[in-house]
Design a protein around this ligand. Structure first.
Ligand SMILES: NC(=O)c1ccc[n+]([C@@H]2O[C@H](COP(=O)([O-])OP(=O)(O)OC[C@H]3O[C@@H](n4cnc5c(N)ncnc54)[C@H](OP(=O)(O)O)[C@@H]3O)[C@@H](O)[C@H]2O)c1
Length: 215
């Protein structure tokens, strides 16, 4: 299976966007440089369709941060093929794969559409598919629903979070891990903190999974 690295940025109070779910810049300049180098070092970058609709990210490596970037494959999990035509991930500047579910395959310019699952995109199956494609490292950038799915399925090997010094608040504002959440203390996956790095406006915490569970 590919090595799965989660990376996100959050406020001091643990929010990855505001309650209106619009993209907010939470990485400072040094963290942006780190994220783009990390993207460039990975074989593929993955987000959920919620992030595509909310933020319209390009998921490209910017030349400003990395000289001659290799542009990893862009992967979207989108069970009902809701990715809006005209989204930046469909700009043809790098390969894009949209994983959807059976019966929801449709044509989108500059994207390969692959059905993988019946109700929701099946994480285990897509990882097997990516493995067959030779993908060794997968960077999962969010949002909270997707990160929850990866963590709760036991597929996360590394978890990196940049904590900015802003406060956002709001019970409905997304967090790094939404979804249902774990109820019992003995279900909480434990991570090993391996590095902390201060920057101008925050701190990067890097964790390794203690036990990634059965794959
Ligand atoms: N600060 C950061 O680092 C950061 C990074 C990324 C995003 N964000 C923020 O996160 C927010 C978006 O997060 P979100 O939770 O709404 O959306 P999301 O996690 O990007 O996407 C969730 C959607 O993905 C689809 N999906 C397909 N297969 C899935 C699976 N196996 N498990 C889970 N979801 C699956 C589902 O929609 P379908 O059922 O239609 O397929 C689901 O609603 C935005 O506000 C954005 O700004 C912040």
């Amino acid at each position: 299976m590919p090595r799965v690295i989660v990376n996100c940025a959050m406020s001091v109070d643990g929010k990855i966007a505001s309650r209106v779910r619009k993209q907010v810049r939470l990485s400072d300049e040094s963290d942006m440089a780190r994220v783009h180098k990390l993207r460039n070092d990975c074989d593929a970058i993955l987000v959920g369709v919620g992030t595509v609709i909310a933020d319209d990210p390009s998921l490209l490596v910017k030349e400003k941060y990395v000289e001659n970037p290799r542009q990893p494959i862009r992967i979207i999990l989108d069970s009902k093929c809701r990715t809006p035509p005209g989204s930046r991930v469909l700009d043809g500047k790098s390969q894009t794969i949209i994983f959807t579910t059976q019966g929801h395959e449709k044509q989108l310019e500059n994207a390969e559409i692959i059905a993988c699952g019946t109700d929701m995109v099946d994480i285990k199956k897509i990882l097997a598919h990516l493995d067959n494609m030779g993908i060794k490292t997968l960077l999962v950038e969010g949002g909270g629903t997707i990160i929850w799915s990866f963590v709760s399925s036991g597929f996360v090997d590394e978890f990196k979070v940049f904590i900015n010094s802003k406060l956002i608040g709001g019970g409905q504002a997304p967090t790094p891990m939404d979804g249902n959440g774990f109820a019992d203390e003995n279900e909480f996956p434990e991570l090993n903190l391996v590095r902390s790095t201060m920057s101008d406006s925050g701190i990067l915490l890097e964790f390794l999974a203690k036990d990634t569970g059965p794959k």
